[in-house]
Design a protein around this ligand. Structure first.
Ligand code: NAD
Ligand code: UDP
Length: 336
């Protein structure tokens, strides 16, 4: 297949390019590099032997986007492009509605113009809000605690409404839990700009000496060691979930949501210990007050993806930390 990937130079997009190319697909990337580096695509080429075709542009620019999609001759789209920093979305909500919601609206219009009606969309476990059931199944009630989560909810609703109006669309909504790790080559990985908000890249930067110590946001949650519990999933497993989602869409029209997680919860201190084992160093940390808006425990029921997509995460926490460390230690400053 020929697949058009918005945000394909980003963290999850670059890993997905590699897995699609490995599976024999062709890929075209559309990205404005607002949160990524073109070097990621050069690295994709080093891993896979193929340089993805690149269209540089903003998804909110309907003419440029439509032209690129038509020129690529793609028959399916994976939509990663968007902003994802929860805290920043509270400070600058309109940037998030503009980039994420308007960007997706433009994409759907461009797809309509080009008669491309297959879409895999990057949603997030954040759409479950404060969970009332664990593990979290797809049928769990949806809500959002912040503007970023709200944009994902609006987009999911837009996709369901679109499908109701025209059932020839084929749409897969993938709700990611906590993507971590890097490609086993160490050539591509997560490269956050500024101070990382997420745990694993922060821990990796402490390990490589870019940060002095980790703040553990709260040790008084109702969890085994008092620190927050999450469902960390290796980014390569996540990327393979997209390949499976596309395969499924070949044989049916639908609009379905799937959790992509492992179903296993690890605490912040579990992550620190696993990373220490991977990098062979003790990692300094301090217990700090809870981070506002944080939830105690979050992990997926991934059984729908197993049954419907024939997909299951394979990589364990040890592999996540070892791969993350290989990337961070060989690229201490990321792509820059
Ligand atoms: P990322 O920031 O690494 O990648 C996003 C890519 O989109 C970047 O290359 C950026 O330059 C590009 N982009 C952003 N706005 C654009 C625009 N208007 N036009 C064109 N390109 C644009 O993020 P990621 O971690 O790879 O996340 C990809 C998607 O997955 C996002 O939609 C994010 O919300 C979602 N997601 C991520 C996580 C996570 O923890 N990484 C969790 C759940 C969901
Ligand atoms: N966390 C932490 N210190 C950090 C970053 C995160 O203790 O510097 C904790 C956070 O409180 C949560 C877990 O690590 O319990 C995962 O946080 P992350 O931001 O990576 O994911 P999210 O909270 O969005 O699921």
């Amino acid at each position: 297949m020929n697949i058009f990937i918005t945000g394909g130079a980003g963290y999850i997009g670059s890993h997905t390019c590699v897995e699609l190319l490995n599976a024999g697909h062709q890929v075209a990337v559309f990205d404005n590099f607002c949160d990524s580096d073109p070097e990621a695509l050069a690295r994709v080429e080093r891993i896979s032997g193929v340089r993805p075709r690149l269209y540089q542009g903003d998804v909110r620019d309907l003419d440029v986007l439509t032209h690129a999609l038509r020129d690529s001759a793609a028959t399916a789209v994976i939509h990663f492009a968007g902003l994802k920093a929860v805290g920043d979305s509270v400070l600058h909500p309109l940037n998030y509605y503009d980039n994420n919601v308007l960007g997706t609206l433009c994409l759907l219009r461009a797809m309509g113009h080009c008669d491309v009606k297959q879409l895999v969309f990057s949603s997030s476990a954040t759409v479950y809000g404060d969970p009332i059931e664990l593990p979290i199944p797809e049928k769990h009630a949806l809500s959002a605690n912040n503007p970023y989560g709200q944009t994902k909810l609006v987009i999911e609703k837009m996709l369901r409404d679109l499908y109701s109006s025209d059932t020839s669309w084929r749409i897969s909504i993938l709700r990611y839990f906590n993507p971590v790790g890097a490609h086993s080559s160490g050539l591509i990985g997560e490269d956050p700009k500024g101070t990382p908000n997420n745990l694993m890249p922060f821990v990796a930067q402490v390990a490589v000496g870019r940060r002095e110590y980790l703040n553990v946001w709260g040790n008084d949650y109702a969890t085994p060691d008092g620190t927050g519990v999450r469902d960390y999933i290796h980014v390569v497993d996540l990327a393979l979930g997209h390949v499976k989602a596309l395969e499924r869409l070949q044989s049916r029209t639908e609009c379905e949501a799937f959790n992509l997680g492992t179903g296993i919860g690890y605490s912040v201190l579990d992550i620190v210990r696993a990373f220490e084992a991977a990098c062979g160093k003790e990692l300094p940390y301090r217990i700090a007050p809870r981070r506002s808006g944080d939830i105690a425990v979050y992990y997926a029921d991934p059984s729908k993806a197993k049954k419907w997509l024939n997909w299951e995460a394979q990589r364990d926490l040890k592999t996540m930390c070892e791969d993350s460390w290989r990337w961070q230690s060989t690229n201490p400053l990321g792509y820059g």
